[in-house]
Write a protein that binds this ligand. Structure first.
Ligand SMILES: CC(C)(COP(=O)(O)OP(=O)(O)OC[C@H]1O[C@@H](n2cnc3c(N)ncnc32)[C@H](O)[C@@H]1OP(=O)(O)O)[C@@H](O)C(=O)NCCC(=O)NCCS
Length: 182
């Protein structure tokens, strides 16, 4: 596997087409996204971490830096999402290798934390990759930043995970994303 971290402006149309195939296959349960050459869901990332093999992109994660408000204070974090491994390669450790590369890239960005929200079934995967599950707390986020404004989701999230990068402890308090998750 050849790994690369690529800023959004450097991704060619051909690469978007290949990434869309990967995302379409990996997120077969979300058929509304990744048709054609679209390679994002609720918001466009600013960079990607991608693992390539002879067939093309095999593993992918999107990254977007953002200031969230946590407990009323501004908190810079790298939102991580669009985490995907080609279905035929899953459960072989590629996902954990991807999370290692994501951690290294966030280190290069020197952000204090990574943050993501995921389905309950994926929590063990992220925890194996060094992410920490936050205790349940209020999370307010946009359901989709790619269309017209919609009311924000306001819920108690028990599946918010953070990755300490340059700081050790995520601050307490409710999380206002002021945008969508990647
Ligand atoms: C989630 C995903 C990226 C994991 O990639 P992967 O290459 O299969 O993960 P790994 O093989 O590195 O798994 C490492 C560990 O994570 C956990 N894990 C991974 N997939 C899991 C699953 N489906 N159920 C339970 N635990 C799982 C296991 O502890 C696993 O270790 P093990 O195989 O020794 O038991 C991959 O399943 C995927 O692309 N899913 C579809 C897209 C998606 O839903 N992404 C997550 C969005 S939040």
């Amino acid at each position: 596997m050849q790994w690369s971290a690529c800023r959004e402006g450097r991704i060619s149309m051909r690469e978007h087409a290949e990434l869309a195939v990967l995302l379409r296959r990996s997120y077969a349960h979300l058929p509304q996204f990744f048709g054609g050459v679209r390679t994002w869901s609720y918001v466009r990332p600013e960079a990607r971490v991608v693992g390539w093999d002879l067939e093309g992109p095999a593993a992918h994660a999107g990254v977007l830096r953002r200031f969230l408000q946590v407990g009323g204070r501004e908190q810079l974090a790298a939102v991580v999402g669009l985490v995907a491994v080609r279905p035929g390669l899953q459960r072989q450790g590629v996902g954990l290798a991807l999370l290692d590369r994501v951690r290294a890239f966030l280190g290069e960005l020197a952000v204090p934390f990574g943050i993501l929200m995921c389905a309950e079934q994926h929590v063990p995967f992220y925890e194996r990759g060094g992410w920490r599950r936050l205790s349940p707390r209020r999370a307010v986020y946009s359901p989709d930043d790619t269309t017209e404004p919609q009311p924000f989701v306001d819920e108690i999230s028990s599946t918010t995970l953070v990755l300490p990068v340059t700081q050790p402890d995520w601050p307490d308090g409710e999380i206002h994303w002021n945008g969508a998750t990647v």
